[in-house]
Design a protein around this ligand. Structure first.
Ligand code: BGC
Length: 336
């Protein structure tokens, strides 16, 4: 297990390990120019070997949930580990967040980068096909962490890769995220059942606590008497992004008034899971001994919709042997 440090010309830096492709730190300036680490995590790679809720990790082969850990592909039934109640979550018992990736630092005109590759063998965690995955993290000179994913398989399979950093723009461990203002470029979301599996409906956010089409504080409506918020114990849902042509488009804009830090999320994906850290409960002692309490971080996981292999009306997550999977997400930082 190694740690790689990427730094750009403005002094922005990130530490990434080849264990799970985990982003261990991300230091960006606030409005006074003061740098702060805006992702939750641990000081050492070894600390990530203990159970933790996917801090900073790459997620695959299938990010988010697959109902009852089952799906059918080309007439064959597949069974996955049920590691989240009755469902399969984030690739199973040993997903891409817990494997060692081959790592190669590279210099690019956009900034320094880390190229990670991993061969997920046919049958690993129950999925068909030898899947060769490449993920490139680039820390660009315009203060963005760009993630380019590509993958090919020798058999038809399903794939949904994402990244699971928990952000706190006031700095990791410096309080909860309820005062952050969030905008999501999405007019609809995918409501879920009590085990967080989508019902199949694409529901308009208008008039609900899920309307982030104008910036709103995470804490403003999070405790409203709303069945979807109760199922998620807060926000833990997939929003249907307005831009659906596969081009890189703005998905989210988050700002934190105290620090003035701003994060934009751009993606080629059709969906984004906005998770408000509802399961954080103080049991993880993070960097510098800081304790991660309830809602001390939020995730914005760009993705295809949860349970797509069982939802014929959702955009497809099927990857055929002749195809190349590609996906790009950019987390860009500013301060004002
Ligand atoms: C899921 C949450 C889960 C968290 C950490 C998120 O992507 O949506 O339900 O608790 O990951 O496990």
């Amino acid at each position: 297990m190694d740690i790689f440090t990427l730094t750009n010309k403005n002094g922005v830096s990130t530490k990434i390990t080849n264990y799970g492709g985990i982003v261990m730190s991300l230091n960006v300036p606030d409005k006074t120019g003061q740098f702060g680490d805006v992702v939750l995590g641990f000081d050492t790679v070894e600390a990530y070997l203990k159970p933790h809720p996917y801090f900073g990790a790459l997620i695959g082969r299938y990010g988010n949930r697959i109902a009852n850990g089952k799906f059918t592909l080309e007439g064959k039934d597949y069974s996955l580990a049920q590691n989240d109640g009755p469902n399969s979550l984030h690739g199973g018992l040993k997903g891409f967040d817990k494997v060692i990736w081959d790592a190669k630092p590279v210099d690019t005109p956009d900034g320094s980068a880390l190229e990670l590759t991993y061969l997920s063998k046919d049958g690993e965690e129950g999925y068909p096909g030898n899947l060769l995955v490449k993920v490139i993290y680039t820390l660009t000179h315009d203060d963005a962490l760009r993630i380019d994913y590509t993958a090919t398989s020798d058999e038809t399979t399903v794939i949904n890769l994402t990244h699971h950093s928990y952000f706190n723009l006031a700095g990791a461990g410096n309080g909860d995220i309820l005062d952050h203002d969030v905008l999501l470029n999405a007019a609809r979301f995918t409501p879920v059942n009590e085990t967080l599996i989508p019902t199949g409906e694409l529901r308009p956010v208008s008039g609900t606590p899920f309307d982030f089409t104008q910036p709103a504080k995470i804490g403003l409506r999070i405790n409203q008497d709303d069945q979807q918020l109760k199922f998620g114990l807060g926000y833990d849902h997939n929003w249907v992004l307005n831009s659906a042509d596969g081009g890189l488009a703005l998905a989210a804009h988050v700002s934190e008034p105290g620090s003035g830090r701003i994060m934009e999320v751009w993606t080629t994906e059709p969906g984004i899971q906005f998770y408000s850290g509802n399961f954080l409960d103080g049991s993880n002692v993070g960097k510098g001994g800081k304790i991660y309490q309830h809602r001390y971080g939020f995730c914005l996981e760009t993705q295809h919709f949860p349970d797509s292999p069982n939802q014929p009306n959702f955009p497809s997550t099927v990857l055929k042997a002749s195809q190349t999977y590609t996906s790009t997400t950019v987390y860009k930082f500013l301060a004002a």
